[in-house]
Design a binder for this molecule. Structure first.
Ligand SMILES: Cc1cc2nc3c(=O)[nH]c(=O)nc-3n(C[C@H](O)[C@H](O)[C@H](O)COP(=O)(O)OP(=O)(O)OC[C@H]3O[C@@H](n4cnc5c(N)ncnc54)[C@H](O)[C@@H]3O)c2cc1C
Length: 379
């Protein structure tokens, strides 16, 4: 599996998936046939996470091939991501609390042999060890495998979910504060209180096409319990009106300016902001840092090809940019940096997020009712 770091490659992948494999998506998407056989799913998440291509483009391409009802499952999956994002935006303390807990647990577990064996792929669970290697080598895991992995981590290896979520963020090319943190919380049983996800031998065997045998798991563990509950913090996702002749900051979640809602605006200059490991709470693997920097360079090149003045800067240099606004980086490390350094930026929100996030106050089941309405605005 190779993820080439360019918008051209992302579009190729999207077109190939829609033209040749989308028809079977809802039937086959839960199977993990192995890293060399990934055509049953889109593998677009590393690109969507970085905004190299966006949800609207992906859904529009799918709708150019099949009707809404034939595409329903795929569209729902694409918008899960938007839902998780909005859910976290309305409860930002879930992320800040996660980072506080992680810091403490990381310290407690730094010499813990079970933890060290897990991240080295040296447990006595063969499939788990293989997935550790796959995650480090390919920087991607199938969705079902992420669920099994997280479940084994929490309920069989009995390790804290916070460390597992960190391990994913370090290596996944699509690592995203919302989808990852909430995905782990969901498996643990604290996202939907009392409902956890328990991996089982028969399920792994079936959906890996019998690639793994003799899997000894704890299939009866109770859900984890959290004392904390989070109230919605009402937010205002309005765009600043006066953006003409301003400088624009773009972070690593929005790397396709040419398809944003703001492409017609005349910005003075565009700054593409990168964020190095020393300013992150979770240190990313070298391969992931490289992937991010190549994606930023690819965006810079495309802007230059359109004769748009742009420059790549480090996030520590944002303080020197005057008269600027920024495409909203969403909850995560970039926003944390700006907040902790008291850097005030006028944010611009995507129209998809402005519309969709208001429906993220309850569960995904409720959000699903609004999907036809959300998609109808794409035309
Ligand atoms: C514990 C755990 C951690 C996860 N961490 C991340 C993460 O850090 N970043 C991330 O993008 N996804 C994460 N996911 C969600 C999901 O596993 C990936 O988005 C998916 O595997 C990406 O593969 P794909 O592009 O082939 O997906 P496809 O099945 O082809 O789906 C198309 C797109 O829909 C979105 N999507 C699909 N399923 C989900 C889902 N369950 N949640 C949110 N979005 C979804 C993705 O953007 C994906 O690219 C996590 C899931 C779990 C269970």
């Amino acid at each position: 599996m190779i993820f080439e770091a360019s918008r051209a490659k992302a579009l190729d992948q999207l077109n190939n998936f829609v033209d040749n494999h989308l028809a079977e998506y809802s039937k086959l998407r839960n199977f993990d046939f192995g890293p060399e056989k990934r055509s049953n799913i889109s593998c677009l998440s590393p690109y969507i996470t970085h905004g190299v291509i966006n949800e609207k483009e992906v859904i529009q391409k799918a709708l150019s091939k099949f009707s809404f009802s034939k595409n329903e499952k795929f569209i729902q999956e694409v918008l899960w991501r938007t839902y998780w994002k909005g859910w976290l935006e309305l409860r930002p303390n879930v992320w800040t609390d996660y980072l506080v807990e992680l810091k403490q647990i990381r310290n407690e577990f730094k010499n813990n042999q079970d933890y060290l064996s897990a991240i080295e792929g040296k447990t006595n669970i063969d499939c788990f060890n293989r997935w550790v290697t796959e995650l480090k080598e390919n920087n991607y895991l199938h969705n079902h495998t992420r669920m099994w992995f997280a479940s084994i981590w929490i309920f069989t290896l009995e390790l804290p979910w916070q460390l597992g979520a960190e391990f994913f963020m370090k290596h996944l090319f699509d690592g995203d504060a919302a989808s990852n943190t909430l995905g782990w919380r969901w498996v643990a049983g604290i996202q939907t209180q009392g409902k956890h996800y328990l991996a089982s031998e028969w399920n792994i065997k079936k959906f890996t096409n019998n690639r793994f045998q003799n899997i000894q798991l704890n299939e009866n563990a109770p859900p984890k319990v959290s004392e904390k509950s989070y109230q919605i913090i009402k937010q205002d996702f309005n765009n600043s009106e006066n953006i003409k002749e301003k400088n624009l900051l773009i972070f690593d979640n929005n790397l396709s300016f040419e398809v944003t809602n703001f492409k017609e605006n005349n910005f003075k200059k565009i700054y593409l902001v990168s964020n190095k490991n020393e300013d992150r709470s979770i240190k990313l693997s070298e391969k992931l840092m490289k992937f991010k920097s190549l994606l930023i360079e690819d965006q810079a090149q495309r802007l230059k090809n359109q004769s748009i003045d742009c420059q790549i800067i480090d996030i520590s240099e944002v303080t020197n940019i005057e008269n600027c606004c920024g495409l909203y980086p969403t909850i995560g490390e970039n926003l944390d940096y700006l907040n902790s350094n008291n850097l005030k930026v006028d944010f611009l929100y995507r129209s998809l997020d402005q519309l969709a996030w208001q429906y993220c106050n309850k569960g995904f089941f409720n959000f699903k009712n609004y999907i036809p309405k959300i998609v109808s605005t794409f035309n």
